[in-house]
Design a protein around this ligand. Structure first.
Ligand code: S3P
Length: 435
């Protein structure tokens, strides 16, 4: 197996995968832990942070705004943050978020709350991703914010400050939009409410609660609502739990590769993130979830046969990032799996409907891309000698799992594999350690 840092990796098929392992700290939680501690009044300690480039970009952006950010030597994932009590310094240069959609959207919300000019830029993929979903509500709150094509795309330029609260119902289910609006609401006049028809991950709410400002929340048949009032944040200590979206690659690999049994320890399985486990359960996967805390668990996955299922509606936000690897699981299942109501896949790091379909088709899988999802007919995929990750970390890791599972000791050369460094630089090393 080739080096994980390279632009391409050579992945060898076959297993089995056996043993217990951990995954990096959750990426979504890590971004929020850094941002909220950076806005808190004093010294916070965070352990178990995601070690990927995306989260490093958020840390660098905050540092450029005067937030103290010290990583004690030899302690990957641990950081001491000295927050600025809601008042950041005006950054001298554009903040570069790299490949991170979460960073650019959350930091737009923070920038909107500051009496400062902030310019946000990213890589090619980030500059293609829709930004009006945060620009719109932040303008409604009174921020002067613009971007390419009238605010539809990065670069984003924010002249913040003087905000007032709004009552907002986002047209798309997006935890990033909810976070941007709530973070802006921390320095807006009056209350800020976000109403979601389909609830998304709750990490902003969870981390704000750690900082002593648990938002008011209501969750009923009519949907989910969260409300924040302006005010200070207290510093806090936290340990970021394992990333379920990364655990999903190992769990699906264990389920698909004969003879495998893998335990992924200390994974976040709280609201909005455990959807892939329900999907795999419906597919008949031999997966056991052993709780280790209110929102964490060890996940035990063993090889076994799968059947097709349907993934649609309110379940989609709970497993949106896992759909590429769930599509790989579906490719090895008996019968057909339908992924619908998932048009958001088209605006991720790549167009994941197009990229996942194209690469599965290369492996001989019968797959039908749709406008809002894909239909995968299970069968016997064969390793493709060449594959492309299209610079998308999750497509890269999903293809590595597909190659492992296709067996036969063949190898697959995956172009664009270097993208895994955005979220999990050690992915292939972890696979090798389990094999
Ligand atoms: C994220 C939310 C999701 C997810 C992304 C991370 C977050 O995006 O796909 O990987 O940390 O809030 P949307 O909120 O845009 O759906």
């Amino acid at each position: 197996m080739g080096g994980p840092a390279g632009v391409r990796a050579v992945v060898r098929a076959g297993g089995p995968l056996r043993g217990a392992t951990r995954v990096p700290g959750d990426k979504s939680i890590s971004h929020r832990a850094l941002i909220v501690s950076g806005l808190a009044a004093g010294r916070s300690e965070i352990d178990g942070l995601s070690t990927g480039d995306d989260v490093r970009r958020t840390a660098e952006a905050l540092r450029a705004c005067g937030v103290g950010m010290e990583a004690p030597e030899g302690s990957a994932g641990r950081v001491v943050v000295t927050g600025r009590a809601l008042e950041l310094l005006e950054p001298e240069r554009p903040l570069d978020v790299g490949n991170s959609g979460t960073a650019i959207r959350l930091l737009s919300g923070v920038a909107a709350s500051q009496d400062a000019l902030t310019v946000l830029v990213g890589d090619e993929s980030v500059h293609r991703r829709p930004m009006e979903r945060v620009v719109g509500p932040l303008r409604e709150m009174g921020a002067r914010i613009d971007g390419r094509e009238g605010g539809r795309f990065a670069p984003i330029v924010v002249r913040g400050g003087g905000l007032h609260g709004i009552d907002y119902s986002p047209p798309v289910a997006s935890a990033q939009v909810k976070a941007a609006v709530l973070l802006a609401g921390l320095r807006a006049e009056g209350e800020t409410t976000v109403r979601e028809r389909v609830a998304t991950r709750r990490h902003t709410e969870e981390v704000l609660a750690l900082a002593g400002r648990a938002p008011w929340v209501e969750h009923g048949p009519g949907g989910y609502a969260v409300r924040i009032t302006p005010g200070p944040l207290e510093p806090f200590e936290m340990r970021v739990p394992g990333d379920p979206s990364q655990a999903a690659f190992l769990v699906v690999a264990a389920v698909l590769v004969p003879g495998s049994e893998v335990v992924v320890e200390n994974v976040y399985v709280g609201p909005g993130r455990a959807g892939f486990l329900s999907v795999l359960e419906r597919m008949g996967a031999d997966v056991t979830v052993v709780p280790t805390g209110p929102t964490t668990a060890d996940v035990v996955a063993r090889h076994g046969p799968l059947v097709g299922t349907e993934v649609r509606g309110a379940e989609v936000p709970d497993c949106i990032d896992e759909i590429p690897v769930l599509a790989v699981a579906a490719a090895f299942a008996e019968g057909t799996t339908v992924f619908a109501d998932a048009a958001e896949l088209r605006v991720k790091e790549s167009d994941r409907i197009a990229t996942t379909s194209a690469e599965l088709a290369r492996m001989g899988v019968s797959v039908e891309p749709a406008l809002d999802g894909l239909v995968v007919h299970g069968g016997r995929p064969r390793p493709a000698s060449r594959a492309s990750a299209y610079g998308d970390h999750r497509v890269a890791m999903a293809l590595a799992v597909a190659t492992l599972a296709a067996g036969g000791g063949a190898t697959s050369e995956i172009e664009g594999f270097g993208s895994v460094s955005t979220s999990w630089p050690g992915f292939l090393d972890t696979i090798e350690a389990l094999r």
